[in-house]
Design a protein around this ligand. Sequence first.
Ligand SMILES: [Zn+2]
Length: 1076
Amino acid sequence: MNLLDMLNRNTRLLSSKGVRSTALAATMPMRNYKFAFSANMKHTSAKLFRLPCNLVASKADGNLSWNVNQTKEGSSIEGWQVEEVSPVKDFHLTALRLKHPQTGARFLHLARADRNQTFSVGFRTPPPDSSGLPHILEHTVLCGSQLFPVRDPFFKMLGGRTLATFMNAMTGPDYTMYPFATRDPADFGNLMSIYLDAVFRPRLRETDFRQEGWRLEHADPFDSSSPIVFKGVVFNEMKGAFSDPQSLFGQRLLCSLLPKGAYGKVSGGEPLTIPSLSWEDLRSFHAQYYHPGNARFFTYGELNLPRVLEYITENYVEASAKELPAVPEILQEPRWSKPREEHVNCSRDPMAPNPENQSTVAVAAACCDIHDLNETFLLDVLSDLLIRGPEAPFYSRLIEPGLGSGYAPATGYDSSTRDTIFAVGLQGLKSSDVEKAVKSVKEAVNAALSNGEGLEPERVEAVLHRVELAARDESHCMGSSLGLSLLSEITPLWNHDGDIVSFLRVGDRVEFLKRSLKNDPNLLRKATEKYLGEKNSHQLILTMSPKEGFEEMQLKEEQELLQSKIDKLSSQDKEHIVQFGMKLAKEQKQDEDLTCLPRLCASDLSPIPEPDGAVNVKDTMIPIQYSVQPTNGVAYIRATVDVAGLPEDLNSSLPLFCLIASKMGTSHRNARDFDRAVSLSTGGISFGVNVVAAPAPACSPLSLRAFLVMSTMCLERNAAKALKLCSELWQAGAKGSWMDSNRLAVLLREEAVALANGVPHSGHAYAVSAAAARVSPAARKREHSVLGPSYLEIVRKAASQASQSETGAQEILNKIREVGAFLLDHSCGDRLRFSINSSPESEPSIINEVSTFLKTISVGPSSSRVNPFEMGPTLSPELQVAPNTHYVLPLPVNFAAKAIATGVAFKHPDHAPLKILAKLLSARYLHPHIREEGGAYGSGADISTDGVFSFFSYRDPHSIKTLDVFNGSGKWAINSSPKPITETYLEEAKIGIFQRVDAPVPPGNRGLDRFLRGVDDELLKWHREALMTVTCDDLVRVASEYLSVTSKLPVSCALLGPQNDVLEKDSNWKIIVPED
Ligand SMILES: [Zn+2]
């Protein structure tokens, strides 16, 4: 994950969060891997070293010299049989399916005019037990291979040798995959070579296994008197994952509903089962599953397929053994004769909106087989109809009465396992209300069965509209790459050798469903009965509740396991532990010769940024920025209103306004009717807060501004309807039409739960936000209204107040109405701006519709046309001079952060060197100390546009030690010997930065930086040149000026994690324990 991405996401741009039921297969690309554990993540260009794999077509023959259209089914390419050539018009691509006859290796190529090429190799890896074998193997193959015998080549590549827009590896419940994406053809060849060698010829040394999996080691490896403890990257990662009640519940639900085969085991690893895994098991698992016969190769984009095939075949496929081990099919779960019930204990969650209500229940049912594409699509649609929005029977019976705080984890339909799963339930329940919740689930099913509630044709139409829109919209793609999104959608099905090309034809499935519904109007009711009714006896009621002393008990179990292992140690074993620990620690510290790794160079980068295409439209009533793009018939419309002048006492209500504004209905329509209208013609309407520290002034005082942002997207043919709905909503906000306090309470509760659940996944973002808030006005405003502990607290308090009494709810609603009246009234013309992205044909008509919009909200022409980002300071929140902050949370791991207010904003000459220094520190200093030695899952450093230099750690077993590492960074950069800042490292850091700077921007988002942050092509070009010309001396200079311990700059640290004895005694730390 990219910290900057997270922190810069100031606006909620139509993000669909909440239940995964909204994820219609193959269409909603942002679906999370529910049980996927990702190892080496980071988005992450090179050409000094030419790889054996030269995929770079010379400029003369062009990258597209190979023509997909001339490929025929039944022909052969480089020894591979072409089994299928098939256009998929839904995504403007041609799918090629190939098979290698001798080994059985499978290959899918999606040819599409897209420079963002994608590659993946994946394997079916059913876990034999819960020791985390597939997951630990995924980590360990990334620790060096025959061609690339260096520790951790992935991270080394990420450290500035590649322009990859995405690099990762994932372990799913029954598969493991290794995908990457890049827009540079040379880089593609480099990375493909590394990936292939990693999976087919990894070193799999014992030290790698011990580092990544588990080991017994002295707390301090160089002090044999320190206690022996468990260590290991995956061991810690899974402890973190299982401490999160959400992922615990999701995992248990899968294991309990499909217990017999692969899904009954934890592919990621059950923390206390991990120490049963041996190095030998790991190697034999690799031999059994990681071979061409079980491999699924995937490529996407404009690339020369024959060259890719030639390389793979010569080097890995032909070379493999003739007798490849058979890989068993993952079987269907034998169906139960009667439903089952199970219970799970968890720890208490003080972040929950109501500490008393912490039970969770879900009713889950095994559904059809993953291979039945029309049926899985039908179930996707059905799930959406039953769960999503105020008209859905589950929503009205489970969410609206306020029985629980929100849907249970795993709610929705999931078609990523052999037997697909439907689940629905509630979390945040009183334990006494669990039965009531189960009863409500049954009532909802009966309502759908008996009178077709929620299954009305107009609602079906709305869902199918959403499917069409999502298939055309590239802005929510995983890693901004359509290739990756499509890969992630097809992977589970491909893993069972399903018909992946038909699966990609979303339009066909939509048509099939429409025809089926015509032939049988009762189709959806019948499906409800078949899968969710009593006829389906393979159903599970899973409950989960906190148990007093749960964490202590877990700790005790770990201690007992540890002790039993220690008791069995001979003196020889003990000596081995000492020696091995020191060996590993030394190895981790050792500098390696990386010349075997390929790389891109900064000199290969283009000095000119890709233009955002945005222009200011002339002669319009208010400023409109327009960017004409290949949006595939989708229009992206955003409007901002400057919030300057909003009365102080309404500040906390602004984020609440954003949360509820589009979900309360209007003067003409109640919430249900409005929701229906919105989903029939748009992809949703949402509001958010955008906080900007203007890049223009060199340094403080920074001009700080905040904007309310309204966003919508729609098929271009629906733009008039969409803007009409926006107008209706705008007027409702301006007039204060919202009265329904029950609805308010429901919405706030949902958000509070979603936020609290997100903390264990994005704790580092919370920690950075909290630390930065104490040293920067802009960060403080963000922490308060976008992401941070204060924001969480605002929502949590409001949710609790609104749920407790009608008066309490009305009080909140009154303030929200005041915000609307202030920001949206007819005098807002001077503060209002529009940004629109669409295909060229629609430009004139959409501009016309915006004029109509302005008339309906009675806004006159704007008198001011000054650059909104260059006005003087308008908001000046007092900086709170306070100590560091520790947020005590029931987590077994920490998230640490440190923020330094350098005052070096985006346009300051030192900004570029500090940005590169942050990158260099991340790769060369923080990563070895915090991840490799410390066992944390991740770490990094960055500088924000307003000049806050920050450090963070992610899922970190240490706290103080990590803060010491942060504090030592200046000294390391300035005084270490030999000098750590070398030309090579500088080069790597530059490439690393450009990887982010040049990350692909989907058509719908181009020009957004200009619109929301005032960063136009000109400024970007200047910044780019500044980055390219940074020298080693610059880095040393800025390190001593801004990061040395003697600098007098404002500094603050924040820590999220368990109670901490050392910090409690330190007066520089403020301890915050969430109240019960
Ligand atoms: Zn992992």
